[in-house]
Design a protein around this ligand. Structure first.
Ligand code: SAJ
Length: 433
């Protein structure tokens, strides 16, 4: 089949390469010229370690089954169009940003051939595929859904660091407009994954995906609320979590300095937007607010310690370890560290953020050198569980720091080791300082 994948990001690239490896003729389409050039030159344009992706790119370029392009008209004979663009949400306006999706759909509609299948893999508010996407296609292409083109929603379940594995093993929720759409989707996705392919209608698939991520957001919010409870009660959340999780039906998640990334922070809002005017999922929105409150919670703990114990002249120097939203990732989208810096900035502090995986971040004081970041700091705040940070010792920090406060929001540092040091460790969930 001739397949075009729109959106050469975390999701689109592995989808395109796996379909190309299966013998399809695949074009990867994007509006970012650098990405297209990088892909056609055999370079995976996204940082982070993705096992297998480099070999797959090289192999499918060599076989000629994959190429990348800016030009949608070069794909006008596509049998299938797969849309993998981002769907951000503006919380203040309570509106999804449909610009990337709308632009992709418009470009596809101008090049859609009769009988082709369009699949939306991006996570969208329930109702979007039939109420937003289909009208645009019919308006621009002049084709009618069902009789002239097929359409469906098949949400992705990839996870950074496990893109290829997840795509080829996880089952898929396939929401199709009609039986023909589902048959075509089944033919397509049976080439992508060995997992189960569940047939359903489109809105059910849209709800499956937004539920999946909203559910995780609530699970994380429970861990965060429990951690705050433990801080105030002077009990150890992690010890309690180990005991609670011995009950097989319990799965307490981990607290942290916030919930970032391109999925979890927005999918609750996409879900709520989909039911606007019909039902407001209050618990789910409250959970979102709990997770969004974590950077401020860390800032408050830091500032209350400083107001009581900081005696140096001049600004307090704060070193923050980790800028990406997740350990071993370079992705800074919705980074809790960025929000933490915003919460601290108005105070009499000097902040320097360290990350050795994120490259060249401009918007906040940033360094990729750990010694330089920690040297002379009064407070060190660990926000991301990068593997590197698990190698940091109390001796190393006490040698380089000017002050004594170390705040660990990801339970990376050993409480025992720090208790025996000259430093004061506050580990989120193990009792307030
Ligand atoms: N986080 C916590 N505590 C936890 C788990 C995560 O604070 O117990 C934080 C992370 O630090 C991060 C954010 O939440 O800031 C999101 O982490 P994540 O592990 O959910 O990673 P994501 O954002 O890459 O989520 C993706 C999602 N996959 C898709 O949308 C296809 C999600 O559904 C997966 O469950 C998740 O990967 C995964 O399990 O790895």
């Amino acid at each position: 089949m001739k397949v075009s994948v729109v959106g050469m990001g975390y999701v689109g690239i592995p989808v395109a390469l796996i379909l190309a490896e299966s013998g399809n003729n695949v074009i990867g389409l994007d509006i970012d010229e650098k990405k297209i050039e990088s892909l056609n030159n055999g370079y995976y344009p996204i940082e982070g370690n993705e096992p297998g992706i480099h070999n797959l790119l090289e192999k499918t370029l060599q076989s000629g089954n994959f190429s990348a392009s800016l030009d949608f008209s070069s794909a006008s004979d596509s049998d299938v169009w797969i849309v993998c663009v981002q769907t951000p949400f503006n919380v203040e306006e309570f509106e999804p940003n449909f610009q990337p999706l709308g632009s992709a759909i418009e470009s596809i509609s101008k090049n859609l051939k009769k009988g082709a299948l369009v699949v939306i893999e991006s996570t969208v508010p329930p109702g979007t595929t039939t109420q937003f996407v289909v009208p645009i296609i019919e308006e621009i292409s002049g084709l009618s859904v069902g009789s002239d083109f097929l359409i469906g929603h098949c949400p992705e379940r990839v996870m950074p660091g496990k893109l290829i594995t997840n795509l080829t093993t996880y089952g898929r929720a396939m929401g199709g407009f009609d039986a023909n759409s589902l048959d075509k989707m089944e033919e397509l996705y049976s080439m992508v994954t060995f997992g189960d392919l569940e047939r359903m209608d489109i809105i059910t698939a849209e709800v499956v995906k937004t539920f999946e991520n909203t559910y995780r957001d609530v699970e994380i919010a429970i861990a965060n609320d429990f951690a705050k409870y433990c801080d105030e009660m002077g009990v150890d959340f992690f010890n309690i979590r180990d005991i609670v999780n011995t009950v097989e039906s319990r799965n307490l998640h981990l607290p942290g300095g916030g919930v970032g990334g391109h999925c979890i922070p927005k999918d609750t809002w996409l879900l709520a937007y989909g039911s606007r005017g019909k039902y407001t999922p209050e618990l789910l929105i409250k959970a979102r607010e709990v997770n969004d409150s974590m950077p401020k919670y860390v800032a408050k703990r830091t500032l209350s310690y400083l107001s009581n114990k900081f005696s140096q002249k001049g600004p307090c120097k704060i070193a923050i370890l980790g800028l990406s939203y997740l350990g071993e990732s370079d992705d800074t989208r919705n980074s809790p560290t960025v929000e933490l810096v915003r919460c601290l900035e108005s105070e009499n502090v000097e902040i320097l953020v360290h990350d050795h995986i994120v490259r060249g971040y401009q918007k906040i004081p940033f360094s990729s050198n750990l010694d330089d970041t920690v040297k002379g700091s009064d407070v060190v705040i660990l926000m991301v569980a990068h593997k590197l940070y698990s190698e940091i010792s109390a001796v190393y920090l006490s040698r380089l720091m000017r002050g004594k406060l170390v705040i660990d929001t990801r339970d990376v540092f050993s409480v025992q080791e720090f208790t025996e040091s000259t430093l004061e460790l506050y580990s989120l969930g193990r009792g307030a300082i």
